[in-house]
Design a protein around this ligand. Sequence first.
Ligand SMILES: Nc1ncnc2c1ncn2[C@@H]1O[C@H](COP(=O)(O)OP(=O)(O)OP(=O)(O)O)[C@@H](O)[C@H]1O
Length: 213
Amino acid sequence: MTLVLDALTVSPRGGPSLFPPVSMTIAGGEMAAVMGPSGVGKSTLLDAVAGHLAHGFAMQGRVVLGGREVTHLPPEARRIGLMFQDAVLFPHLSVGDNLAFGLARRVRGRAARRAAVEAALDQAGLSGMAARDPATLSGGQRARAALMRTLLAEPQALLLDEPFSKLDAELRDEMRAFTRDHVARLGIPALLVTHDPDDARIAGGAVVTLRAA
Ligand SMILES: Nc1ncnc2c1ncn2[C@@H]1O[C@H](COP(=O)(O)OP(=O)(O)OP(=O)(O)O)[C@@H](O)[C@H]1O
């Protein structure tokens, strides 16, 4: 599964492009990074890839995922997972129900759904914590649970918008490795927006720096 951005740029309707067109190919299992100054349009680029572009923005270029052009498909038909800086678990749901919320519709039946959630909890080092209230988890446990919720939807690509920036240094290292390992295990392309050169370096893939057009 490869993600291709082909001459992609965004512009406020009627205005000039925010940044020069970006072209990049991200292979399955690879984690690429987008850097650039604040306000240049990094988050907006991810929105365009996911199909969530805010009203008032237009996109130029193409997005191709696994050989299929998805440029004009609605977000739900693209099967692209998103994780943000403040990805939080729903406070009124148990940890297990939070993960089940992300679960792909394909997984049918109570037993199958419960088994999928248990497997994800195991992978996140959260075995036996399904019934816990999210507020009782540590920051690292919450971050891992939030990533697993996104991955349980079986996305074909993963977009991450500064997912590590609010974590302290030790947790940040742990989440970088955790995220990179899962991207490699699933063989999906990932694109990470970050201000932190260490994130980009540790991601290990191509690094694109946006500059204002
Ligand atoms: N919903 C919106 N409506 C109008 N303008 C917006 C909207 N969202 C973002 N913008 C503007 O689009 C430009 C790009 O914003 P964006 O958030 O993509 O930048 P960024 O590079 O991710 O910034 P940062 O690093 O600070 O998060 C900015 O000038 C911003 O003010």
